[in-house]
Design a protein around this ligand. Structure first.
Ligand code: SAM
Ligand code: SF4
Ligand code: SF4
Length: 384
């Protein structure tokens, strides 16, 4: 086994950009014009990490060897407050953001996260519609929280589950957490009225590929969409190796050996998953049987339409999941003369206009090396 690469430099610590010079530069940015990055991509999706902590230790995300008792998580004062997150989200809507995903670490560990959801649910897109507001969770606290999340205005849920087999799942979360409790959480979410529930399964060759068919069999026809995620070389510490990636093409052919499937058209530009619908005995798409999705960032990079930015727990904006640096929006906001929304919107536009990121596409083309990079930020810090 490869030893995980442990970052020697804490990439989370960056100086604040609250210089007068920066304020002078961004104040001339015209928000009435569309904001596009250097590759012509708009910003439509903001992922907000509300905590860098988690009660699981999935080896592909927060391996115990690195995230141990001595790991220095952010102190409370470094965290964005809910009002600050809402201000930044409101600024992002001025640039055209339509979708917000609350994530982490484990977002349900953040105290009173429902208050934040209620605040975000009040925001409107540029065309006056409510945001597509969703949350990704390991579901360990979902049974308890599903009702309050729904009441707060959360629209959709994504739940991570990597196996139906209890022993394999307990080993993958590395905290001995049982599958049954995740399934109870999903059942409760459905009971309280969440209609759009997705389940994410990270597939690691040699670890859980024998769970692909059991997972699909379990969720087929239940209204829950299962999505298979290629194991990614995010962060600096998961000890990623290409030979542990099971390509989507292999997962798809395994599924097709059991059930007929048909490709579905994308619902929107920049969608991360390619989707397939189950066919019935007559060979027709059957909505009752539902669909599966594939997130293939290693073998079929989707950078060309990537419209996502990520806000870390301490208020840094990362324009790519594989970034090494985030821009300090928090300190700009705390020092902003006008309460913040317009200044932050201009800063976000300024940052987005400089965006060149397309790591997965470059990795796939062999133009950058695959694998963990020493200074790369962890996924638990900026969210999935
Ligand atoms: N704790 C929550 C959860 O697990 O749902 C939210 C945060 S987690 C970082 C978000 C998503 O990232 C999860 O679905 C997780 O499976 C996925 N993820 C984490 N590390 C990954 C990796 N190395 N490759 C692919 N997906 C990964
Ligand atoms: Fe925690 Fe989610 Fe990362 Fe697993 S994938 S360690 S549940 S943040
Ligand atoms: Fe977007 Fe970066 Fe992922 Fe490409 S690698 S899809 S730019 S987050």
């Amino acid at each position: 086994m490869n030893k995980p690469v442990i970052p020697v430099i804490d990439v989370r610590q960056r100086p604040a950009p609250t210089s007068q010079e920066l304020l002078e530069t961004i104040k001339n940015i015209d928000l009435s014009k569309p904001t596009l990055d250097t590759l012509g991509r708009p910003l439509r999706d903001l992922r907000i990490s509300v905590t860098d902590r988690c009660n699981f230790r999935c080896s592909y995300c927060m391996p115990k060897s690195v995230f141990d008792r001595d790991y220095a998580y952010l102190p409370q004062k470094e965290l964005l407050r809910f009002e600050e997150i809402t201000t930044i989200a409101a600024a992002a809507t001025q640039l055209g953001v339509k979708k917000i995903r609350i994530t982490g670490g484990e977002p349900l560990l953040r105290k009173n996260v429902e208050i934040l959801i209620a605040q975000l649910s009040e925001l409107r897109t540029l065309d006056g519609k409510p945001l597509d507001l969703t949350l990704t969770t390991n579901a360990s606290l979902l049974k308890k929280k599903a009702q309050s999340l729904k009441d707060a205005g959360l629209k959709r849920l994504t739940i991570s589950l990597d196996a139906m087999d209890d022993a394999i799942f307990r080993q993958m979360n590395d905290m001995d957490f049982p599958v049954a409790d995740v399934l109870d959480g999903i059942a409760m979410a459905s009971q309280v009225g969440f209609e759009d529930i997705k389940v994410n399964m990270v597939v690691k060759r040699g670890t859980n590929e024998d769970q692909i068919l059991p997972m699909a069999a379990h969720f087929r026809g239940t209204g829950v969409s299962l999505r298979f995620i290629e194991y990614m070389d995010v962060g600096a510490s998961n000890g990623w190796r290409m030979d542990e990636v099971l390509p989507t093409a292999d997962v798809l052919s395994l599924l097709q050996s059991r059930w007929p499937l048909q490709a579905l058209p994308p619902k929107s530009v920049g969608e991360t998953a390619t989707r397939y619908g189950y066919l019935n005995a007559q060979g027709a798409l059957d909505p009752q049987l539902g669909e599966v999705g594939f997130i293939s960032s290693v073998t079929q990079a989707f950078c060309q339409d990537c419209n996502r930015a990520r806000l870390s727990t301490d208020g840094r904006l990362f324009n790519c999941l594989f970034a090494t640096e985030g821009a300090n929006v928090r300190d700009l906001l705390r020092g902003a003369p006008d309460g913040g929304v317009d200044t932050v919107a201009q800063y976000l536009a300024y940052l987005w206009q400089q965006r060149t990121d397309q790591y997965s596409a470059l990795r796939q083309a062999g133009m950058v090396p695959a694998g963990n990079a020493e200074r790369r930020v962890e996924m638990s810090f900026i969210g999935g």
